[in-house]
Design a protein around this ligand. Structure first.
Ligand SMILES: [Zn+2]
Length: 301
């Protein structure tokens, strides 16, 4: 009996040692895949946008991403250019990603028949229009910049809020007051603040993903109420980055220690792609760009 108890004790202690060792070996560093503005449709090129090419470009990117050990991949909005049927060409390619995958809503994702707008989320495997993910001591906040917009406000309440913000901004007529941009509702901003508070309490670092920029060298593509979001971010030292698409030319600026990185659009140019892997280490964000996307090393606070 004594011997059996001793064996049991030995098994328990071996098990607990192993789990402790596993915790110690858990890598702090992890990598994700990032694609912006795949913007596929079976359409002829317009300007620098080669819509049909996005099918093979997305497949190529997925093949490369599937060869790597990724925490997840994220598409930063405008998965299609227009027509609901466009999803049927690119969604199966995206869904073949082995790691977890997430979508951010872009303005073009709503360029479908009005009767189909309410099933766009389902088609993109989204349970909520905006949401958060907690991974390895990071809180990633995924925004919906179409919450208030001419194309994506789907309830009467949101349409009214859209009209009032549009009217209010019309008085000063800023360069970003265009119908292909959008804004964050009061409800979403309150939710963002709640997420930031949680991150602060849990000692987590915070990164934002949105289709629309909140800050950059030019303002034309910015969220309508980007100033409200920046004022909120300014109160939280835990915010480290803001990743977006929408402006296909891309760009990078730093503001109060926060990295604002606009990824280039995959759909642009006749013969080159654009996407990235992003490695999060203890003290840096390392962007490994493919095609037109530049590689960068961004220091964390
Ligand atoms: Zn866009």
């Amino acid at each position: 009996m004594l011997k059996r108890n001793f064996v049991m004790l030995l098994i328990i202690s071996v098990c607990s040692c192993k789990s402790k060792k596993e915790i110690e070996q858990k890598p702090e560093s992890f990598t994700i895949g990032v694609i912006a503005d795949c913007q596929y449709c079976f359409c002829e090129p317009s300007g620098v946008r080669y819509y049909k090419k996005s099918e093979e470009r997305l497949q190529h990117a997925v093949d490369i991403l599937n060869d790597q050990d990724l925490k997840f991949s994220i598409h930063l909005g405008d998965f299609i250019d227009k027509n609901f049927a466009s999803f049927d060409t690119v969604a199966p390619i995206w869904n073949s990603l082995k790691a977890d995958k997430y979508h951010v809503l872009g303005n073009h994702d709503f360029s479908v028949a009005d009767s189909l707008k309410h099933i766009v989320f389902e088609k993109m495997n989204l349970k909520s229009r905006y949401y958060s993910l907690v991974k390895n001591n990071w809180r990633f906040i995924i925004l919906d910049g179409n919450d208030l917009s001419k194309h994506g406000a789907l309830t009467e309440e949101k349409r009214q809020q859209t009209d009032s913000i549009f009217e209010l901004l019309s008085k000063s007529n800023p360069p970003n007051l265009v119908e292909w941009n959008g804004g964050l509702s009061r409800k979403q901003l309150t939710w963002v603040e709640h997420e930031l508070l949680l991150a602060q309490q849990n000692n987590e670092r915070v990164g934002f993903y949105c289709h629309f920029p909140a800050f950059g060298e030019e303002q034309t593509h910015n969220l309508w109420n980007y100033e409200q979001l920046l004022a909120l971010i300014d109160n939280y030292e835990c915010v480290e980055f803001y990743f977006n698409g929408h402006n296909h030319n891309g760009g990078y600026v730093q503001r109060s220690g926060v990295h604002f990185l606009n990824f280039k659009g995959m759909v642009d140019t006749e013969s080159s792609t654009s996407f990235a892997t992003v490695n999060f280490t203890k003290d840096s964000i390392i962007v490994n760009g493919y095609g037109r996307e530049p590689s960068r090393k961004l220091k964390l606070k």
